[in-house]
Every structure is written in C-alpha cells, then in structure tokens.
Design a protein around this ligand. Structure first.
Ligand SMILES: [Zn+2]
Ligand SMILES: [Zn+2]
Length: 286
C-alpha cells in the first residue's frame, strides 16, 4: 500500500507535490477546485501539464482528487440533480487534465429511503456526467465513497455502492470505490481488528470486486462503532485504533490500493505524524 495524505493546493500543484513528499507521502489527494462552490475557473492547462511532468519525473506519484461536497447524485430534486451532474462532469474533466488516478465523490441523499431507487438514480447521474465530460476528454476514473450513514445519506453499506456500479454497467477502469475507514466504522463495520478487515475484504471481493478498490481514506474515528458520526481522529487516537490500521495495512488483498489520510489539525504536523504512524504500522507487518 502506498501511503499519503489529502494536501492543500493553495500554493499550486507542484508546490503541493513538494509538500507531500516532504511530509513522507507516497501518493496524495487534492481538491481540483473549491469543495464548497459549484463552479470555478477552468484549470490552467500549462500548470496542469507541468504538474504531470513533475509527477512522472518522480516515478508517477499517484494522485486523487475529491469532488465538491455539494454534489448530490441521488436527489429527487431536478434542479439540484442538474447542478450535480454538471459539477461531476466538470470534476471528471479536471481529474483527466491533472492525470488523476481517481476522482472521489460522495453520492448524496436518499430522500425516499428507498436504496434501489437511489442506486438507479445515482447510476444515471454518473452516466450522464461521463457522457458530458467525454465531449472534452476521456473522463477520469470515478471512485464512489462510502458514508457514515447519518440521516438519509446514501452509500453506508458497500452493497449500495455495488448496486450503483452494477446499474452503470461501467468497467473497472471507469468506476471503482473509495473506502473511508472512519465512515465504515461509524456505519458499523467492525474494522478494529484482523477479523473485521478480513470480512471487509471478503465483502469487497464478492460484491464490488477488489480491482475496483482504488483508494482507502485512512481516518481513525472519534466516536464508537455504529455511532453514524463522521468525526475523524488521528491514526491510533480513535476507536479503530492502531490494531485496526495495522490489520488494514497487512491485509494482502488490499495491498494494491493507495491510502490517504484526511485529518483535522495543523499542517504540516497532522500530515507528517499520521503518515509516519501508518508507515510504521506497515513496516511491522509479518
Ligand atoms: Zn473520506
Ligand atoms: Zn469523513
């Protein structure tokens, strides 16, 4: 597993890459635009190309982008849905221009409490966004992220992500998943030990396919299992704990996925410390 962090691109992409390597990252995640706005100026192609060259020069440093939090692909509100499809298409284009290995997105809310309808609606929105993006470029790979399952959020159980993927009919290279450990634990997955991780790997294998697992968000969880509260804690400081992350890093079936942390706190400390903690746990796999 390659280990990295979500990093700021406030000073530009090449600067972010320098920063990531300085704090020990082997891969990274960024926002390709402000995550709290619907629209933004297009990416500067020259900057994006310079960034891609730098990544190649440094051995093809894996890159992931995360979409805006406003995107809601399962909504039954036509206006919000249209905005979400347009925003996702834009994110797929940005991801492609940056040469991202994956574009991570949350799915949205299921207002009816009917996961079958939500999965279908979500799949349709994904297909529409890809079609729109394809007018500009080959869309980047989309990674659907699981949620903590608070309120009506869609995508807590992995079976719901699997249903969306099945409805799209898209191949592995076009759509996969991002597994967030804090969200999974808050939803109820018992991933604080080897048995729990083994069961998760089985479930991914059987319902989604291990080759669809593009990224893991490694975040410890401030609240207890099943709390449905999405509050990230530093690695080892939460209820998943060191043993949980050790089991994750040593699970051979997850080995090809990249891992990034998304931590609260001050940079560079939060990134340096959490990346170092994960790397130390990986070192100690038998
Ligand atoms: Zn996440
Ligand atoms: Zn979260």
């Amino acid at each position: 597993m390659r280990i990295g962090a979500h990093v700021s691109v406030a000073k530009g992409y090449v600067d972010a890459l320098d920063y990531a390597q300085r704090v020990g990252c082997e891969c990274m995640q960024v926002f390709a635009k402000s995550p709290r706005q619907w629209r933004a100026a297009p990416l500067d192609r020259d900057h994006a190309n310079a960034f891609q060259l730098e990544r190649t020069r440094r051995g093809g440093f894996p890159l992931f982008t995360h979409t805006a939090y406003l995107i809601n692909l399962t909504t039954s509100d036509d206006d919000l849905r249209e905005k979400s499809v347009a925003a996702l298409a834009d994110e797929l284009i940005r991801g492609s221009i940056l040469g991202a290995d994956g574009v991570v997105t949350h799915l949205g809310n299921d207002p009816l409490g009917d996961p079958d309808v939500a999965a279908k609606r979500c799949a349709d929105a994904v297909l529409q966004a890809r079609t729109r993006a394809a007018f500009t470029c080959e869309p980047a790979r989309l990674l659907l992220e699981n949620t903590a399952g608070a309120g009506r959020t869609f995508g807590g159980p992995l079976s719901q992500l699997a249903a969306v993927i099945a409805h799209t009919g898209l191949p592995t290279e076009a759509v996969g998943v991002c597994f967030d450990t804090c969200h999974a634990f808050a939803f109820g997955y018992p991933i604080s030990d080897v048995t729990g991780w083994s069961a998760v790997a089985d479930e991914i294998d059987e319902t989604i396919g291990l080759d669809r697992l593009g990224l893991i968000h490694a975040n410890d969880c401030m609240f207890e299992r099943g709390s449905r509260k999405d509050r990230h804690a530093w690695i080892g400081d939460g209820h998943i704990g060191e043993a949980g992350f050790h089991a994750m890093l040593c699970e051979p079936r997850l080995a090809s996925a990249c891992v990034v942390t998304e931590m609260p706190g001050e940079a560079p400390e939060k990134d340096r410390v959490n990346v170092e903690r994960l790397r130390a746990l990986r070192e100690s796999c038998a």
